[in-house]
Design a protein around this ligand. Sequence first.
Ligand code: 5GP
Length: 189
Amino acid sequence: MVKGDNINDIIDHKLFSEDDIHEMCVRLGAQLTKDYAGKRPLVVGALKGAIYFLTDLTRQMDVAHQLDFLDVSSYGDGFESTGKIKVVTDLAADVKDRDVLIIEDIVDTGLTLKFMKDLIKKRGAKSVKCCAMLNKEARRNVDVDVDYFGSKVGNEFVVGYGLDFLNMYRNLPYVGVLKPEVIQKYMNK
Ligand code: 5GP
């Protein structure tokens, strides 16, 4: 039986533990500290999924930076990208002449990241790069660079550490694969 409201009941298996994710943040934070030294970047969190990774990653970056958020929608409440992307909540900051670092939870087809990079470039940013926790490289169908990432991941639907299913389960402290019966339960409604 799937209770569904208890997050410990919904995971089939773990892919990345809290320690794995901490190691990613330490490694990427050290790299970003080097690459952004003296640049005072604008760090842009892609809402909502990236916030958990962002707060841990930026605390490993010894670089003065400013923070902003961008919410673009590409997915409905399901698994597949609709292909249509729109800005839901725009940046507050002016990106002109700024070094912008987008933080993403996961890059899948690449459509969302390409949309965000193009938007920020069009507004006159000096540089636009992305650091993603996870990279579903094999699913890419547009040409976009994921400049930094924590780990590659296969073609599985993952949740936790910011990644959602129907806007739930973001608060799992690790990344895992949902039990098929959880998906069934909600898909049959
Ligand atoms: P893309 O535009 O690259 O296809 O999709 C990017 C967005 O799709 C991510 O920011 C994330 O919100 C969602 N997404 C892609 N793959 C997964 C996944 O395995 N699990 C979850 N929870 N969301 C995903």
